[in-house]
Design a protein around this ligand. Sequence first.
Ligand code: 5AD
Length: 432
Amino acid sequence: MCYAIPGRIESIENKTVVVDYFGEKKKAYNELDGLAIGDYIYAQGGYAIQKIPEDEAKSILAVWRETFFELQEVDLKLSRLDLNQQSVPAGFLKVLDKAAEGRKLTKDELLLLMKGKSQPALKLLFKTANFLRQKHHKNSCCVHGIIEISNDCRANCGYCGIAAGNQNINRYRLSGEQILEAARQAIEIHGFKALVLQSAEDSGYDIKELAEIIRKIKANWPALIFISFGEVGLDNLRILYDAGARGLLLRFETSNPQLYREVTAGKELTSRIAHLKRAYQLGYLVITGGLIGLPGQTEEDLLNDILLTKELHAEMYSFGPFIPHPQTPLAGYPSASVETVLKVSAISRIVDAANAKILVTTALETLDPAARREALLSGANSVMLNVTPLEYRPFYNIYPARAHETESIETQISDTIGLLMSLGRSPTDLSV
Ligand code: 5AD
């Protein structure tokens, strides 16, 4: 199974290579030694990840060539937009029309979309987002893997099931060897080209130890490595970058500083934002976003979350629904609705049409397994599969009954590829 299409290097200028994919030219940053024009490579997130022998590349391309253009046709059909809809209020329609033309919407216009309630209006909002996704990103969809390396947390966020205050869960921390083995399997056996290493905010790992793990992964297997260890400290971000991490996944959770304080037991949003800004300055690809449906959160808060994500130069938007965990202070509050999550996905696409990769989160799939498909048809173009060793997955229960908790990697991969193909998407990272 492969998630990337090999590209042929057309030109090289300093650290930038131009790569050809069936006639489309894309740029990638090159950190590999000895690449030459005519070589075949895999690229991910804008980075050249791996050189592939020519005969291997050609046989993979031969398989892709058969389906690639067919898939694009299917996607194109599914993303057609007809804005002639009598049942949608005129004001709403006008804003969608402007969005579809690629003009920048005002905050009031975006808020009108966020507050949309009628079913025909929302359906059209989602279709507009899908249209823009297709227009700018064609049918590409990123498939990343995530390994949850520890659930041992020093923070005490009120929404989170693995917060320090929860005495009723088993804590685990994978050893360096276990992490390396999980990474090896994900990259070497299952073919992932981008991996997120995620942990609770765990002071049990030494930063040098984490850096060493990243260095070893990079030395042994080709993949783009994202870190998601919470607030590690600004200086430590550099240490992990120098070790080879090239992406940071860190949600700011909410852009409302008061709400942030309330739900994180008194932490300050400024510290989280400082991490995100420093990461961007250092050259990390940034994945960020927030929780949808926190108690007291307004529609304007959600819009501000989207705008903040853009301001932070996010490569990928990660917004998921809040789902109450019974052993937390927020146990009594309701989950966000699927509809609100789809709205956030669609409006994110409208706000950052050409650049954003938008993730379908596991939390959304936990609300409703059908929502993954709906999100992919509402602006989203990215999925993350859980490649944590099966025996540890139940312990990373940030919220209960997480989707895919007991599914093997093979099952997740075949289901995902099946879904993407049915929508005409290529499981690739072509928008580099
Ligand atoms: N519901 C949904 N998402 C949650 N997270 C933590 N707790 C919950 C919950 N109850 C999310 C946070 C965090 C990410 C790792 O998990 O947004 O950043």
